[in-house]
Design a protein around this ligand. Structure first.
Ligand code: SF4
Length: 367
């Protein structure tokens, strides 16, 4: 059993670039006092990025809500027969992006939907090629590992070949969606397909080996425990040590509204406040100097909690939001978050906002 003084030993290990044990990580989750954990986390981020907090002008495009995976924690998917099931055409996607590119200068397009069985690779290659042609400054951060693995199976091709084709047509990075929690038992309970955690890790490792940068995530606040979270973070860290392909890590709190898990009474409410801050801080400490950017995950926690998350070790705000559809499907309205609001939120806590592009290159510093 670890005791409170062990935070000093944990701090020493982080500074010496040593990997924490599962016991040390669960101690940080279950016993260590929150201010001490936050202080240690912030001290690491201070050394990585000082008083700078990055963000990206981003648009999220949910091109389809038809999905054949049907996760219990997802309120977004439709089977295809419902009146509100949809799939956007290439022309609709191009027009949807236009006002945000022209008016707000968005630099990143997060494009993800469901695993729609009616689609094949041509839909994406022609879509990505057209997007790059019409909006050359827009970096495509696209598709989940589930979508990529599905198209590989459908086309009877390797993950590597699929990624190569997608990259040549304009895909720049891959978002971290679908990681959830790697523990296979919890994963089954929340409705993820068998071995989908191995699929996630395999697609990410393949991408990193090919030089495609990606992001990583963890979804908490459902049926997992602290040990599951510890093991998840360590798995991300181990992969990161191989190729340093992850650009950022986002821990985000599960939003149960309108999901099967809520309807069955397995998850009654969304965790907030302290849990959010602790998860940001523990992620920062465990991933240490190997994975430099931790996102504040403001989307499910709001702007004020996003600001506090910076104090607890986050150093990337994430992106602007215009018309995101996945979270509102749970009944929680997130509204739009323009660049000006992010800049103000970061300045309000005495930090310096730095606008970045999809590959985390600096676009503008707002001193
Ligand atoms: S989380 Fe993704 S894969 Fe799962 S049902 Fe929703 S859209 Fe489909």
């Amino acid at each position: 059993m670890l005791v409170s003084s062990d935070i000093k030993e944990i701090s020493r290990k982080v500074e010496n670039r040593e990997t924490l044990t599962e016991d040390e990580i669960t101690y940080l989750y279950d016993f260590a006092d929150l201010p001490s954990v936050g202080k240690l986390a912030r001290s690491i981020s201070d050394k990585i990025s000082g008083n700078r907090v990055s963000f990206v002008s981003n648009i999220i495009l949910n091109y389809t809500n038809i999905c054949n995976v049907r996760c219990s924690f997802c309120a977004f998917y439709r089977t295809g027969s419902e009146p509100d099931a949809y799939l956007m055409s290439k022309e609709q996607v191009i027009e949807e992006i236009r006002p945000f590119y022209e008016k707000y200068g968005v630099r990143q397009l997060l494009i993800q939907g469901g695993v729609n069985p009616s689609l094949d690779l041509d839909y994406f290659t022609s879509l990505f090629t057209e997007i790059r042609k019409v909006y050359p400054k827009l970096g495509i951060n696209g598709l989940s590992t589930s979508e990529i693995a599905f198209f590989a199976r459908k086309a009877k091709m390797s993950i590597e070949d699929i990624l190569d084709i997608l990259r040549k047509s304009g895909l720049e990075t891959i978002p971290g969606a679908g990681a959830e929690i790697f523990d296979p038992i919890v994963r089954r309970k929340i409705g993820r397909p068998l071995n989908s955690q191995l699929e996630w890790l395999n697609v990410m490792e393949t991408a990193h080996r090919m030089g495609i940068r990606t992001s990583a995530t963890m979804m908490y606040g459902h049926l997992e425990n602290s040990l599951d979270r510890a093991r998840h973070l360590l798995a991300i860290l181990n992969l990161q040590k191989k190729y340093h392909g992850f650009l950022s890590f986002t821990p985000w709190n599960f939003e149960p509204g309108n999901t099967k898990l809520e309807k069955e009474g397995l998850v009654k409410y969304r965790v907030g406040g302290e849990e959010v801050l602790r998860n940001i801080a523990v992620s920062r400490i465990v991933l240490g100097y190997e994975l430099p950017l931790i996102q504040s995950s403001w989307l499910t926690g709001g702007v004020s909690l996003g600001q506090l998350a910076i104090r607890f070790g986050a150093n990337d705000w994430g992106g602007t939001i215009y018309d995101e559809r996945v979270i509102p499907a749970t009944g929680k309205e997130v509204g739009n978050l323009r660049k000006e609001i992010i800049i103000q939120a970061i300045k309000q806590i005495g930090m310096v906002p730095v606008e970045r592009d999809n590959l985390y290159n600096t676009v503008q510093v707002y001193d």
